[in-house]
Ligand binder design. Structure first.
Ligand code: AMP
Ligand code: MG
Length: 418
């Protein structure tokens, strides 16, 4: 599972800028090897391991876009009305057997193939039938109206889905429309998750007076599952150097990535960094972001490890900023996150230059209909309510030092991140 080499890409400076860290991750993390063929019903969320070209054009045949009457363009009345004899009826799925002759209209339904000779369809709402059963059609329609030419959607041979695409429902649909019953995808990446700390206990277990329930592990596992990973729940480890070192070494075997929470700061009981150094090597452990400055990356027996801080909001933000790009790189997924949305700040904020900050915020509609970001009133990295009660993160660049109400800021909705 060697995705990362142990060599000299350790960062010399005190805090690594986020962009440098992401460049480093994407340069060094190779997609896992191994693909599998999955039926389309299992393809949603999987990372495509093949380019898909259209074997034929879509639509495959020119067809009617409405229920109505198909006629020859040359017969369109230039003004007034014109009466046509009705020469046949074509429902969706039927084969157009004979050509439409001058003066003839064919009763046609949505999706039915256009009969030879016809290139224009009148909507049935615009047609009248006279007492002889002829159809009377008005003027004013453009030649070519209400029909869907073959290939107007996708041309035969066109590249439709690219390797690295994380399949969305619409991607599954286009594969189906092209007649594919299965697609080749990368295997899911295997991620081990564990929490550290003497103070944490599993939900459901008895909790001592100075203990708290382990919430990070469940948050991380849920995010990983949404990102299509195969997750191993490795539980919790106490703040014990040997136990953490041993646990990490064990986790490295059989996984493509290890994600831990807690124990990466400079406290005396922060053993994750120590642990990585004793059984592998540390790549970096401080990134210039807030919340979440202490976030470690290391390599153990070729398996990358990302050590997230213990405070839940810091864990969340560093997962999004550091772990997510790493695991998408391992999964072989092309970066597909839409750029942040520009919204108006409805808050004042001061920050230090030189680090990227993520401010938890909710969106609301301003009286003029535009969107405003409202900052969560408190800033603690330990506040779970700050995640639960907000819609996303306002991203403030390294150079920003102040935000004033009305200023345009970049907003990352949570819904776009998983
Ligand atoms: P640490 O990063 O280990 O210094 O942890 C910082 C704080 O995060 C701790 O004091 C806990 O309050 C909290 N914390 C650590 N681990 C977890 C966890 N697994 N779930 C929820 N909170 C945690
Ligand atoms: Mg701790």
């Amino acid at each position: 599972m060697a995705q990362l080499s142990d060599d000299c890409f350790a960062f010399g400076g005190p805090l690594m800028p986020l962009d440098d860290m992401i460049a480093l991750l994407s340069a060094r993390l190779q997609p896992v090897e191994g693909t599998e063929v999955v039926p389309l019903v299992k393809a949603d969320g999987r990372v495509l391991a093949e380019d898909i070209h259209a074997p034929f054009s879509l639509p495959a045949f020119t067809n009617s876009a409405v229920d109505g009457y198909a006629v020859r363009g040359a017969d369109l009345p230039s003004d007034g009305e014109r009466t046509f004899t009705v020469a046949g009826r074509l429902q969706a799925g039927a084969k157009a057997e004979k050509s439409v002759m001058p003066g003839e209209a064919v009763r046609i339904f949505t999706g039915a193939p256009m009969p030879e000779g016809a290139d224009t369809v009148f909507m049935q709402e615009d047609a009248r039938i006279d007492d002889r059963g002829h159809v009377i059609l008005p003027s004013g329609l453009k030649r070519g109206a209400n029909m869907r030419p073959a290939g107007e959607d996708i041309a035969a041979g066109q590249l439709v889905l690219e390797t690295g695409q994380r399949m969305r429902p619409q991607d599954v649909a286009v594969a189906a429309a092209l007649g594919l019953a299965q697609v080749t995808v990368r295997r899911r990446i295997r991620v081990a998750v564990l929490s550290t700390g003497n103070e944490i206990v599993a939900p459901g277990a008895p909790r001592g007076p100075a203990q708290l329930f382990d919430s990070n592990r469940f948050m991380l596992m849920a995010m990983l599952a949404r990102l299509g990973c195969e997750v191993s729940d490795l539980g919790m480890l106490g703040d014990d150097r040997a136990a953490i070192a041993g646990g990490l070494k064990e986790a490295a075997a059989g996984h493509d990535l290890i994600i831990t929470s807690g124990g990466v700061s400079t406290g005396e009981a922060d053993y994750v960094r120590d642990g990585v150094e004793s059984v592998g090597s540390l790549v970096f452990w401080r990134v210039a972001i807030k919340p979440g400055r202490p976030v470690a990356m290391g390599v153990i027996d070729g398996t990358p490890l990302i050590g997230l801080p213990g405070n839940p909001a810091a864990s969340f933000v560093t997962f999004v900023c550091v772990a997510r790009p790493a695991l998408l790189a391992l999964a072989g997924a092309r970066p597909q996150t839409p750029p942040p949305m520009p919204v108006r700040a409805a808050f004042t904020y001061k920050k230090k230059e030189g680090r990227r900050e993520y401010v938890r915020a909710s969106l609301r509609k301003a009286p003029d209909g535009s969107l405003e970001a409202v900052k969560f009133p408190r800033e603690g990295a330990g506040l779970l309510s700050s995640l639960v009660e907000t819609d996303g993160l306002v991203e403030l660049g390294e150079e920003t030092t102040r935000v004033e109400p009305g200023q345009t800021v970049a907003f990352l909705p949570y819904s776009g991140l998983f």
